[in-house]
Design a protein around this ligand. Sequence first.
Ligand SMILES: CC(C)(COP(=O)(O)OP(=O)(O)OC[C@H]1O[C@@H](n2cnc3c(N)ncnc32)[C@H](O)[C@@H]1OP(=O)(O)O)[C@@H](O)C(=O)NCCC(=O)NCCS
Length: 146
Amino acid sequence: MADDTSLELIHPGHPLYDGELELRFRVLREPLGFSRADVKFPFEDASLHLVAHAGGTVTGCVLFHPEDAHGGRLFQMAVAPSLQGKGLGARLVRALEDSLRQRGFRHVHLHARAQVVPFYERLGYAVYGEPYVEVGVPHRNMQRDL
Ligand SMILES: CC(C)(COP(=O)(O)OP(=O)(O)OC[C@H]1O[C@@H](n2cnc3c(N)ncnc32)[C@H](O)[C@@H]1OP(=O)(O)O)[C@@H](O)C(=O)NCCC(=O)NCCS
């Protein structure tokens, strides 16, 4: 992307964390009727938080929860609506995967909303298991080896 967007790994408490939470609320929770109190996960502090930001504004994020020494779950993938479809989501996933490889992780799984399965398939993820409903939305499990 020919812009001033930077990607940065942060932790809860970082100055960009509130912006990350607000983006997650606006993109992933508010449209489903959930409140800001429903944004955080129990394993928030134990997860990697990769954010995209420009001029102090968080425009995208993706999180990873390590579940063992080899792998874990990618979650809370979100891009600001005005920037969707311009490559930022793919850039975030690729950068997260690079960071995970450097940390020795070899497997990633995720809960994909059914309508977003093609996005993850383009990035090398494959569906497994049966469809199910989570946060009121049809989902598929997906995974890839790094
Ligand atoms: C899903 C999301 C993260 C994708 O990020 P993005 O920046 O819009 O996607 P990109 O522009 O990087 O797209 C990468 C590729 O995936 C494709 N793609 C993206 N979203 C898609 C979708 N919903 N259906 C089909 N293809 C899609 C793009 O066309 C592009 O294809 P290309 O490589 O052939 O050009 C973003 O649209 C978003 O935040 N959506 C709302 C929240 C959400 O559903 N999050 C995922 C929860 S599991």
